[in-house]
Design a protein around this ligand. Structure first.
Ligand code: LLP
Length: 405
């Protein structure tokens, strides 16, 4: 049950989330569908704020919107009082639509355009994170001297995770190299209201030691009133041992106090804020029993690229079934063998017409969805207190050609 959303329960043999049977969600809204647990999202946001502020009152928790750039769901987080980090003016537009206070929005990006910066300045975002010397040149043209900024440092501390999502290594493209930091900090301080430093070493981190190493690496750059120590806490997709939010808060606050002093703290969790609260529902379209059993569903790499890009191993199940177990490969409907969602999954003897539930798809699945093979992006359904509501409609066939001229 730990992989499922917080409110998951079984009633009369039917799996419910937010008091709604997932089978009823599939029947009402069709599949594939992303389903989000509103109470789970709220409880996670509250846990984040509570665990950090209990240890370090001057902490702000910012949701990393790249994990789920979906305004109706982000609105729930905004209502819980968290801020938001955006990488560019697209995510900024979504965050504003979701109702985040611009003061609590922070702009990132290793390749910000003039448009990204101008839109952020116009919206009045609280902080802009300078990633490189070219950012300073652009900001000087586009932002007032009163703009509050952080400077992102590359701490030369790779995150202990998949190479594609480690961001703190010397050769990674993010931030100012340590050796060049002093000069850039001096320049940023002379042109803007320099508040402090930013580091983010990677995503899906299952160990906590990197936060202290990153803080130690930037300690020699001077003392600042504010440090943003990034996000990155991992979640469970199968049987991984994952630090709790409290343990993560302890490690981060300890890193801050030990190496950087009693400053203001920002953290930017994405995956761990929303990942567990989302599930995907599919229909089983075809079952082929041969040298392996291929269970094909009506989605795939159009709505979940995690297995293909990062080797993530999910734990699917056939909804509300108690048939005997069978080892299967869960595949999608896309035209390549790489469209493999889970190899060697244990499923209750799948049959055509079953609903397949994929837990822990709340982060980065909606973000990375695409229209490969003309797939229409799935709807987002929010469940809460026994009710299901449509938050984002399914794409239509005419959406697929709507931009053509
Ligand atoms: N802050 C910054 C500056 C980031 O680059 C990221 C993630 C975060 C915060 C949030 O990290 P989180 O708490 O979600 O780990 N597309 C990949 C994930 C890439 C994450 C990139 N940066 C995936 O689907 O797994």
């Amino acid at each position: 049950m730990e992989l499922l959303p917080r409110t998951a329960a079984v009633h009369d043999g039917r799996l419910t989330v937010g008091g709604v049977a997932l089978a009823d969600v599939a029947a009402e809204f069709g599949t594939p569908a992303f389903v989000f647990d509103e109470q789970g999202l709220r409880e996670t946001a509250r846990e984040y704020v509570r665990e950090f502020t209990a240890r370090h009152p001057r902490t702000e928790v910012h949701f990393a919107s790249k994990a789920l750039p979906c305004a109706p769901v982000m609105r729930i987080l905004a209502e819980e009082g968290v801020g938001c980090d955006v990488a560019g003016n697209g995510e900024l537009a979504i965050a504003l639509k979701a109702g985040f206070d611009p003061e609590k929005i922070l702009l990132h990006g290793n390749a910000k355009s003039d448009e990204d910066i101008a839109d952020a300045v116009e919206a009045g975002v609280g902080l802009i994170v300078i990633d490189n010397a070219d950012d300073v040149v652009r900001l000087k043209r586009l932002a007032p001297a009163t703009q509050r900024v952080l400077v992102r440092i590359n701490p030369d501390v790779p995150g202990d995770t998949h190479a594609s999502v480690s961001t703190g290594g010397k050769e990674d493209k993010f931030g100012v190299p340590l050796e060049q930091a002093a000069a850039l900090l001096a320049e940023a301080a002379s042109a803007f209201d320099l508040r402090g430093l930013h580091v983010h070493i990677g995503s899906q981190l299952l160990t906590l030691g990197g936060f202290a190493r990153a803080a130690e690496a930037i300690a020699g750059l001077g003392r600042f009133p504010l440090y943003d120590l990034g996000g990155g806490l991992g979640i469970a997709y199968r049987d991984e041992v994952v630090p709790s939010i409290g343990e993560y808060a302890q490690a981060t606050v300890d890193a801050l106090r030990t190496y950087l002093g009693d400053a203001e703290l920002i953290v930017e969790p994405g995956r761990s804020m929303v990942g567990r609260s989302g599930v995907t529902l599919y229909d089983v379209t075809t079952v082929k029993r041969h040298v392996v059993t291929h269970v094909a569903v009506n989605g795939g790499m159009g709505d979940n690229l995690e297995p293909m890009l990062y080797g993530t191993v999910f734990t699917p199940r056939i909804l509300d079934s108690e048939r005997p177990d069978e080892t299967c490969d869960v595949v999608g409907r896309h035209c390549e063998s790489g469209d493999l969602l889970v190899r060697g999954a244990t499923l209750a003897t799948p049959q055509v017409g079953d609903t397949l539930l994929m837990p822990a798809t709340g982060a980065y699945c909606y973000s990375l969805q695409n229209n490969y093979n003309g797939a229409r992006k799935p709807p987002v359904v929010i469940v809460n207190d026994g009710e299901a509501r449509l938050a984002v409609r399914r794409e239509t066939l005419s959406d697929l050609t709507a931009r053509d001229r």
